[in-house]
Design a protein around this ligand. Structure first.
Ligand code: TYD
Ligand code: MG
Length: 459
């Protein structure tokens, strides 16, 4: 028998190495390599069977996926992000800044699921009293909800072995663990929250979830660097990774799927934080566009796409004379390199210069737009601010801009047009190749092939 092995894992980036090193070979962090038992994560005799069930091979055709019944969470926006409900045995990691509302969302969700299923809420960071206080505020417990509160079981525990023992006794269909950073397993010496502990604890819980068909929500705190619990070590172990984001200053909260084995990624669910918990927003375009007053220069509405949902957001640009040797290019909610590229295209192909101007571009409402369909809107907003000319409140813009100054088509053009029409916009500027064959929407379509053509029409 080979002797038990241990490996060294970097606390910062999770890199594994057979030997100790003062500096992590991957991320260069000093004194970050810690010893981890290699054998501990997979018990003998169970190796190779994550699902815990029989390891015998079977033909793909003999498996009937329609037998899997998704469990509705009762929160439509969360169901949408999960791809249509919870899959039994799936593990969902929910990450977010402290205080963003993760515990609130899960308490509300569990109260909804609790109407039809047994639920176990495990908290490692709050006392039972604190949780009950929140539940009371959310109306989960009280005169109207006594039967739900009965099925919603609560456990305050930090030791993973005890959590699993309780789960075996309670046999819930859904477990919430709030949070993975606060639990520890006896098999390791390191402190709760360390990479080794987070990974090992999660591995044990994932194994339990898979083998019993229990759906598991893991809450993970975002670290200072903005990555989830022990940089990325959990992301490959779980079935879905959701980020709960939003400015703490604003009421809007967005749940975004970063990874989802059972649904589309980049799907978002939108909520508003109120004094009685989170409220779902089923028509987010209307919310992000709550604009009053006259049209202002530097503002344009973009039809973007988040997962399967079209979303209208306002893109704002401010162009101002710069007194710096290197004028500033600042993006909020957009890719900064993309802005620099678009300004170069603007200059080269239309002669509009911004080299002596500071350019700031912002997506209103704290939304992040990563797709290239925002290009035309970014340029339109910048141009509008530079010329100090408003673009009109009835206009929606989308389209990718190429380095040759051409306006390129983007995916799901028709849905973007429909969303614009639905919200009462009158004109849509779009790539000519996105022009629908059959024009059924109640808007004027303005197709453009080249950037200079678009700017002439906007002027
Ligand atoms: P919480 O869910 O505890 O955040 P997390 O678990 O992500 O750390 O609560 C986040 C914030 O939400 C907290 O500062 C108080 C606020 N809040 C409300 O505004 N309304 C409510 O009904 C509740 C329960 C919380
Ligand atoms: Mg919390």
């Amino acid at each position: 028998m080979s002797r038990a092995k241990s490996i060294y894992v970097c606390n910062e980036c999770g890199t594994q190495s057979p030997k100790w090193a003062g500096q992590c070979p991957a991320c260069g962090a000093w004194n970050a390599m810690t010893e981890t038992a290699l054998e501990a994560s997979v018990p003998r005799g169970r190796r190779g069977s994550i699902a815990g069930a029989s390891a015998a091979a079977q033909s793909l055709g003999s498996i009937a996926p329609e037998n899997i019944v998704r469990l509705g969470t009762g929160v439509a926006e969360l169901d949408r992000v999960l791809g249509g409900g919870l899959v039994p045995g799936s593990v969902v990691l929910i990450g977010g800044d402290p205080g963003i509302g993760k515990s609130t969302l899960l308490t509300q969700t569990m109260a909804e699921i609790g109407r039809s299923a047994r639920v176990l809420y495990v908290s490692g960071e709050e006392s039972a009293d604190q949780i009950a206080l929140r539940a009371q505020r959310l109306g989960v417990i009280g005169p109207n909800a006594s039967d739900v509160a009965e099925r919603l079981r609560l456990l305050t525990e930090n030791r993973v072995e005890d959590v699993i023992a309780s789960a075996r006794a309670e046999r819930p269909q859904v477990i919430v663990l709030d949070s993975i950073q606060t639990v520890y397993t006896d098999t390791l010496q390191s402190a709760p929250g360390s990479v080794a502990q987070v990974r090992e604890s999660a591995a044990q819980l994932v194994r339990y979830a898979k083998s019993t068909g229990t759906a598991l929500f893991l809450v993970g705190h975002v670290t200072k660097e903005g990555t989830l619990a022990g940089p990325r070590v959990l992301e490959h172990m779980v079935d879905a990774v959701l980020y709960f984001e939003g400015d703490t200053g604003s009421q809007f909260r967005i749940v975004r799927a970063i990874k989802n084995r059972f649904g589309a990624v980049n799907e978002i669910g939108v909520f508003v934080m109120t004094d009685a918990g989170l409220r779902e927003v089923s028509n987010p375009s209307a919310m992000f566009l709550s604009r009053q007053g006259d049209a202002i220069p530097g503002s344009v509405v973009l039809a973007t796409q988040e997962g399967t949902r079209p979303l209208l957001v306002e893109v704002q640009a401010l162009v101002d004379t710069s007194h710096l040797a290197n004028p500033r290019r600042v993006c909020v909610g957009l890719d900064g390199n993309r802005l620099a590229m678009l300004l170069a295209v603007l200059h080269r192909h239309t002669g509009v210069a911004t080299y002596d101007q500071d350019v700031f571009v912002n997506v209103v409402g704290g939304v992040r737009v990563q797709e290239t369909a925002a290009d035309l809107a970014i340029i339109a907003a910048t141009y509008s601010s530079l010329r100090n000319r408003p673009l009109g409140k009835d206009l929606v813009v989308f389209g990718e801009v190429g380095l040759a100054g051409e306006v390129r088509p983007v995916a799901r053009g028709q849905e973007r047009i429909r969303e614009a029409a639905k919200l009462g916009f009158k004109r849509v500027m779009l790539p000519a190749a996105n022009l629908p064959k059959k024009d059924d929407a109640d808007v004027t379509l303005i197709p453009v092939r080249r950037l200079n053509e678009a700017l002439e029409l906007l002027a």
